[in-house]
Ligand binder design. Structure first.
Ligand SMILES: Nc1nc2c(c(=O)[nH]1)N[C@H]1C(S)=C(S)[C@@H](COP(=O)(O)O)O[C@H]1N2
Ligand SMILES: [Mo]
Length: 299
């Protein structure tokens, strides 16, 4: 069977040239950085150089398969991703069980090269393939009273060795305010480097919110619920003092146990030079979403 997970023109068709251009633009960008003092987000997206596929797929957090960084690559192969159904319910016009193939046939798949910053202070650059969450929300029709979007990961004890341990209150759940969910940067990723998303990275589809800490980017989504109340989130339930609902990348708000001022880029080894963490992970265009909010209180 053919599964349509990307457009006919795949990222791998264009990557070699794109990478070549990127290297030159990184140098131009480095010069501009000295003057401007900061990286703009989307405007700079094409200046990013992605991490290697091997790094992105072998250093993962997917606790359903174990808490070690290499556990997901070892064990997530057991996850059955075809067929896959996403239940979309709550305050929507067309609630229902949507097959992954049905969703894919209706979405435009693009490549998005995004910075990704884990709350543990490592970071990487990922060439995702996917579609805007806003397009999926439009497909099902969001009712005017909806204010938040809740997400849920599959829970399959027979396929997920990690859920035997009560590390988190399974299933993994996450949430966004509706305006965050509708922001054009918010992606449902279905691929990586022009290939279908590897299981360890959250196949067949996972959320990517590049201005928030990585744990907001929930994997292997089976349910999306539109609601008028702020959804519970897995890490907030586990430790509310350390993980807030918003979890925007913010170098000025430290984790209670470590600094968030800088980060270790993946791929350079454990002693790679750290680089400064940017507000909203560099995606300044989202600042308007939080106007008038105290981002220290709403961490
Ligand atoms: N269901 C689920 N989603 C998850 C996680 C998880 O353990 N389970 N880990 C989160 C964390 S902490 C991070 S940093 C990212 C890691 O994504 P990656 O492994 O694809 O880099 O996934 C997030 N999504
Ligand atoms: Mo993370």
């Amino acid at each position: 069977m053919s599964r349509r997970w990307t457009n006919d023109l795949t990222a791998s068709d264009v990557t070699p040239e794109a990478l070549f251009l990127n290297r030159r633009q990184v140098m131009a960008g480095a010069g501009a950085l000295g003057i401007a003092g900061g990286l703009a987000g989307a405007a700079n997206a094409e200046t990013l150089e992605p991490n290697a596929f091997e790094d992105i797929t072998n250093y993962c957090n997917y606790y359903e398969f174990g808490t070690g960084k290499e556990d997901p690559a070892k064990y997530a192969g057991a996850l059955t991703t075809d067929p896959w159904t996403v239940q979309i319910d709550g305050m929507v016009d067309k609630p229902g069980d949507y097959s992954f193939d049905d969703i894919m046939s209706q979405m435009d798949i693009e490549e998005r090269i995004y910075r990704f910053r884990c709350v543990e202070a490592w970071s990487m650059v990922v060439p995702w393939n996917g579609f805007e969450l806003a397009d999926l929300l439009d497909m099902v029709g969001v009712k005017p009273e909806a204010k938040y979007v809740a997400f849920e990961t599959a829970l399959r004890p027979e396929e997920m060795p990690g859920v035997r341990y009560p590390v988190l209150d399974w299933p993994y759940v996450e949430g966004l305010r509706l305006d965050e969910a509708r922001h054009p940067l918010t992606l449902m990723a279905t691929g990586l480097y022009g290939k279908p998303l590897p299981n360890q990275n959250g196949a067949p589809l996972r959320l990517v919110v590049p201005w928030k800490y990585g744990f907001k980017s929930i994997k292997s989504v089976v349910r999306i619920t539109l609601t008028d109340t702020q959804p519970a989130t897995a890490w907030n339930k586990a430790n509310a003092g350390e993980y807030g609902f918003y979890s925007n990348v913010n170098p000025e708000v430290d984790h209670p146990r470590w600094s968030q001022a800088s980060e270790r880029p993946l791929g350079g080894g454990l002693f790679a030079r750290r680089k400064p963490t940017l507000m909203f992970n560099g995606y300044d265009e989202v600042a308007g979403l939080y106007e008038g909010m105290d981002l220290v209180k709403n961490f």
